[in-house]
Design a protein around this ligand. Structure first.
Ligand code: HEC
Ligand code: HEC
Ligand code: HEC
Ligand code: HEC
Length: 217
C-alpha cells in the first residue's frame, strides 16, 4: 500500500501523459474511464477537465483504495457467485472490487467524489446520476453472472480443484490475486487501459492469456 501510494504521487506529479507512456497499453485518457469533458465515451462531464479526479485525489483521500476519491458503495447486500461446484467461498465485495462497484453497481452517482455536496453532473446517466440500468456496463448488486470476485485463492483449494493452478502463473506479474490473496475485478481488468483491442480494460492481449494464469483446461 505504501509503495503504491508513492507511485501514485509520482504519477500524478509527472502527469497523465507520462503515466500512459510507461505502459504498452492504451491510456486511461483514451478510454471510457476518462469521465472528463475530453472523454471518449458517452458518460462524461460537460465541464470537468481533470481526468484522474473521478477516482483519485492528492488530498483528503479515503483509505479504501490508492488515494481514493470516489464515494464507495454502502449497499453491503450483494448476491455473490456461489455454486455447488465451487470449493472456495465468495465474500461480500472488498478491495478493488468494492471500488469498481462504487460506480458499476448503479447505486452511487458516477460524479460522486469526496468533499462535494453535489455530485459532478454527467451526461447519459440516470436521474440520480448513476449508470443507467439499461446499459451493459451496469453490473448491479447481483454478482451471480460475474466471475467470482472477492474470493480468496488458497493453496489447499487450488490443490484439490482439478482446474486451478497453484500458484497462479504469470511471469509478467500482471494477472493474479491482490496483495491479500483475493481474486478481484482487477485480476482480469486494468482500470487504466487495455492491452487488447477486443476486451475492455484487459490485462493481456488475448482472452485466454488471462484465464490460463489461474486455470488449466
Ligand atoms: C475510473 C476510475 C479510475 C480512474 C479515472 C483512474 N484510476 Fe488509477 N486506479 C483506479 C483503481 C480502481 C485503482 C486500484 C487498482 C488495484 O487495486 O489494482 C487505481 C490505482 C492507481 C495507482 C496505483 C498503482 C496501480 O496501478 O494499482 C496509480 C498510480 C493510479 N491509479 C494512477 C492514476 C492516474 C495518474 C490517473 C489519471 C490519469 C488514474 N489513475 C485514473 C481507478 C482509476
Ligand atoms: C468513477 C466511476 C467508475 C469507477 C470507480 C469504475 N468505473 Fe468502469 N466505467 C465507468 C463508466 C462511466 C463507464 C462507461 C460505461 C458506459 O458507457 O456504459 C465504465 C466502463 C467500464 C468498462 C467497459 C469499457 C469499454 O471500453 O467498453 C469496464 C470493463 C469497466 N468500466 C471496468 C471497471 C473496473 C474493473 C473498475 C474497477 C477496477 C471500474 N470499472 C471502476 C465508471 C467507473
Ligand atoms: C475472469 C475475468 C473477469 C473478471 C474477474 C471481471 N471481468 Fe469484467 N469482463 C470480462 C470480460 C472477458 C469482458 C468482456 C466480455 C463480456 O462482456 O463478457 C468483461 C466486460 C466488463 C464490462 C463491460 C460490459 C459491457 O458490455 O459494457 C464491465 C463494465 C466489467 N466487465 C466490469 C467488471 C467488474 C466491475 C468486475 C468485478 C465486479 C469484473 N468486470 C470482473 C472479464 C472479467
Ligand atoms: C486470478 C485468478 C483467476 C483468473 C485470472 C481467472 N480465474 Fe476463474 N476462478 C478463479 C477462482 C479462484 C475460482 C473459484 C474456484 C473454486 O472455488 O472452485 C474461479 C472460478 C471460475 C469459474 C467457476 C467455476 C465453478 O465451479 O462455478 C469459471 C467458469 C472460471 N473461473 C472461468 C474463468 C475464465 C473464463 C477466466 C478468464 C476470462 C478466468 N476464470 C480467470 C480464479 C481465476
Amino acid at each position: 500500500m505504501k509503495r503504491s501510494m508513492t507511485w501514485l504521487l509520482v504519477a500524478m506529479l509527472l502527469g497523465s501523459t507520462t503515466f500512459a507512456a510507461s505502459t504498452n497499453r492504451s491510456s486511461v485518457v483514451d478510454s471510457k474511464h476518462n469521465l472528463s469533458v475530453s472523454g471518449r465515451g458517452e458518460i462524461k462531464s460537460g465541464s470537468e477537465t481533470r481526468v484522474c479526479i473521478f477516482c483519485h485525489s492528492s488530498h483528503n483521500a479515503s483509505t479504501e483504495g490508492p488515494l481514493w476519491n470516489h464515494e464507495t458503495t454502502t449497499t453491503g447486500k450483494f448476491t455473490t457467485y456461489q455454486r455447488s461446484t465451487m470449493n472456495s467461498r465468495t465474500e461480500q465485495p472488498n478491495g478493488a472490487t468494492k471500488l469498481c462497484l462504487s460506480c458499476h453497481d448503479g447505486t452511487i452517482a458516477v460524479g460522486a467524489i469526496r468533499g462535494l455536496s453535489q455530485p459532478i453532473p454527467m451526461n447519459n446517466v440516470d436521474a440520480s446520476g448513476q449508470i443507467p440500468q439499461s446499459r451493459s456496463s451496469h453490473i448491479g448488486t447481483d454478482l451471480t453472472g460475474t466471475h467470482p470476485v472477492s474470493v480468496k485463492y488458497e493453496q489447499n483449494i487450488a490443490l484439490v480443484d482439478n482446474n486451478l493452478r497453484w500458484p497462479p502463473q504469470d511471469p509478467e506479474g500482471q494477472v493474479g490475486t491482490d496483495a491479500d490473496g483475493y481474486v478481484q475485478c482487477t485480476s482480469c481488468h486494468d482500470p487504466h487501459g487495455s492491452s487488447s483491442t477486443k476486451y475492455p480494460f484487459w490485462k493481456k492481449t488475448t482472452f485466454s492469456e488471462v484465464c490460463l494464469v489461474c486455470h488449466e483446461y
